[in-house]
Design a protein around this ligand. Structure first.
Ligand code: WT7
Length: 635
């Protein structure tokens, strides 16, 4: 039996038991047999959740790009590593072999070096889904620079916050991007952002849409001429196991975005191992994850996990509905995709358009379907199963987070019997618990509680950049000696988990994590606004959408006028990005508050959902009369 490659349910249980009885011995064996090390570890695991401090494979030395690229060169040099599928079906797809990827990464790494980037420096990557994105990520890893990829849908303001938070020296961007029928002017967003980023001395610009852009002297450089001149030889920087590999920002329920720091060895081992097993990847399968590399799903399951396994991974630049709603299925047919991994929001959007788009395409290559990002509703699950998988392809509903680095609760394809809306069983080595509000662990089945993890796993984030205290407060303070996920979950009679959603003030809209506080802060900047509260409400396609309750100032500025809703949404678009726009805005006379001044979101949530039959206890409210007027005003 190979622990690296699980093939039956009994094997899963056996390996799982092994992994929790003696985690160090288990992970040591996985690490030893399937990865390339420059030096082995002195100690597999040391941990203390009270600090919190976690170290995996301490003392080991490696470079993750040697594992993702170099070691495949002899056996898979000509094999396609990345298939780049452009936005427009009229443009040809690009097949990048492992050999070519090696060359591109080495050249890019040399360009970084030639521009003063050294081990430990932070580099911000703000690129569309073009090959340069994957290549620049790997180039940073090659020389030990810490990449911080910012999704290229964030506004200048949001970008600047992220650049400054971790003090990036360089930004890598493009002259623009294609998104469906539109082009976006990324470079001017970067220009606006970098104006407020004193630490940035270089901006590298990839050419994608051939638009006229402004190049700032002594700061901006076209990438291609630099690449043309760079050497294809770049020895990998030898990193310590616990050296940071990257920073990726995620929204918190309050405050600024959190720069989650992921380290090298544990992240590599865990993302590779989960990729192989969850999706049951076998060569020469073609695997496609539709996420953007700007999110953790793309980091772990477009780039690092697949490449570490020598897989062929598809990178798609476009959107599901351009030029038509057949686009995804066209791509599946064209590249004979075997594993397809997407988000519930995309499934719902496609389901709404009917099955005619699917029927035109041969989807028989599909073996495994995946979903991630938010709870999948039963209807969407069945639509996916019936029409895309033709009831033959298992659906892996993978629960995890930016913070966890890799998939945590999930079926293993062909091993774990699936159950609609259930993420099912913990992955190997993962020890989930359900906790009640009083800090007691809920044992047994048929229980519903707050989802925690009681033992470290290799790819967990090690800290929040520049703020270890916040890391501790956010994840390790709710329950003693447990990592608290922020999600609620229930466990059924066979031990399957169903994730019920966030239990904090984070709202997941179209699979994107949004904190309410930063959006409220932005709205409150509008001169007419006195105060605001955001809640989520169910949305057919997006899963959740944002409902904003806004009170206006008593003074002259606080008048409702025709454009006010537009202005508020424009402000949000400018400050955060279009994903955070409000679906509904209701102007109210006041907001329901407790005597201590806390907004009672629970009530606002119910009103937004249209369920006012039972608003629960309102006796603690300072201003109960306001609730009636809000219900009236909604009608
Ligand atoms: C939050 C994390 C992990 C990559 C994408 C999101 C929700 C994620 C599932 C799932 C139910 C899910 C959780 C989690 N979530 N996957 N399969 N079922 N909920 O990463 O942006 O860090 O968001 O997404 O609420 O806490 P993220």
């Amino acid at each position: 039996m190979s622990n690296y490659h699980i093939k039956h349910l009994e094997e899963y249980y056996q390996v799982y038991r092994k992994s929790v009885r003696n985690p160090s011995a288990f992970w040591e064996e996985i690490a030893e047999e399937h990865f390339m090390w420059r030096r082995k570890w002195d100690n597999v695991l040391s941990w203390d959740f009270s600090k919190p401090e976690v170290k995996w494979f301490e003392g080991a030395k490696l470079n993750i790009t040697e594992n993702c690229i170099d070691r495949h060169l002899f056996t898979r040099g000509d094999k396609t590593a990345i298939i780049f599928e452009p936005n427009s079906p009229d443009e040809e797809a690009l097949h990048i072999s492992y050999k070519e990827l090696h060359e591109r990464v080495c050249k890019f790494a040399n360009v970084l070096k030639n521009n003063g980037i050294k081990k430990g420096d932070r580099v911000c990557i703000y690129l569309p889904m073009i090959p340069e994105l994957a290549v620049s990520v790997l180039a940073c890893a090659r020389i030990g620079a810490i990449h911080s990829v910012v999704f290229a849908g964030f506004s200048a303001n949001a970008l600047a916050t992220r650049i400054n938070d971790c003090d990036c020296k360089m930004v890598i961007t493009s002259d623009g991007s294609y998104r469906g029928a539109k082009t976006l002017d990324l470079k001017s967003i970067v220009d606006d952002a970098v104006e407020n980023c004193p630490g940035v001395d270089t901006v590298l610009v990839a050419k994608r849409i051939n638009s006229e852009i402004n190049m700032v002297q002594d700061r901006d450089q076209w990438l291609q001429p630099l690449l043309d001149e760079a050497s294809t030889d770049c020895q990998p920087e030898i990193m310590d196991a616990e050296d940071p590999l990257f920073i990726l920002y995620t929204s918190g329920s309050t405050g600024t975005p959190k720069g989650m720091v992921h380290s090298t060895a544990g992240y590599m081992v865990y993302t590779a191992y989960t990729f192989k097993n969850v999706f049951q990847y076998r060569e020469p399968d073609v695997y496609w994850c539709t996420a953007d590399i700007g999110w953790i799903t793309g980091h772990s399951y477009i780039v690092y996990g697949p490449l570490c396994n020598g897989a062929t991974t598809v990178m798609f630049e476009g959107v599901p509905n351009y030029p038509t709603f057949s686009r995804f299925w066209e791509i599946v047919e064209k590249h004979k995709v075997n594993q397809f991994y997407t988000a519930p929001t995309a499934i719902r959007a496609l389901a709404k358009e009917g099955v005619s788009h699917l029927e035109k395409h041969d989807l028989s290559s599909l073996k495994v379907l995946g979903t991630v990002g938010e709870p999948i509703n039963e209807e969407a699950w069945h639509w996916y199963d019936d029409n895309v998988g033709k009831k033959k392809s298992p659906i892996v509903d993978t629960w995890w987070q930016t913070e966890t680095g890799g998939i945590m609760i999930t079926p293993i394809a062909f091993c774990t019997p699936t159950k609609p809306t259930y993420a099912t069983l913990p992955f190997i080595g993962v020890q989930p618990t359900l906790m009640d509000a009083d800090g007691n662990e809920l044992t047994g089945s048929q229980v519903n509680g707050n989802l925690c993890i009681k033992f470290p796993w290799p790819s967990m984030a090690r800290t929040i950049w520049g703020n270890h205290q916040r890391y501790k407060d956010t994840y390790f303070s709710a329950y003693e000696n447990q990592y608290f996920t922020g999600d609620g979950a229930l466990r059924d009679e066979v031990g399957y988990y169903r994730i019920t959603g966030r239990v904090d003030d984070v709202i997941i809209v179209s699979g994107h994590n949004l904190g309410t506080a930063p959006i409220e802060d932005t709205i409150n900047e509008h001169p007419a606004v006195a105060e605001s509260a955001i809640v989520g409400f169910p949305h057919e396609i997006k899963g959740n959408a944002l409902y904003g309750y806004i009170t206006l100032k008593d003074s002259g500025e606080g008048r409702i006028h025709d454009n006010l809703r537009k202005e508020i949404n424009q402000l949000i678009t400018d400050q955060i990005g279009p994903i955070a726009k409000l679906e509904k805005i209701q102007f109210t006379q006041g907001l329901p508050k407790t005597r201590s001044g806390k907004i009672m979101r629970r009530i606002l949530r119910k009103i937004a959902e249209g369920d006012t039959s039972n608003l629960g206890d309102t006796s603690t409210l300072l201003n109960p009369e306001v609730v009636e007027s809000i219900i009236e005003g909604k009608k």
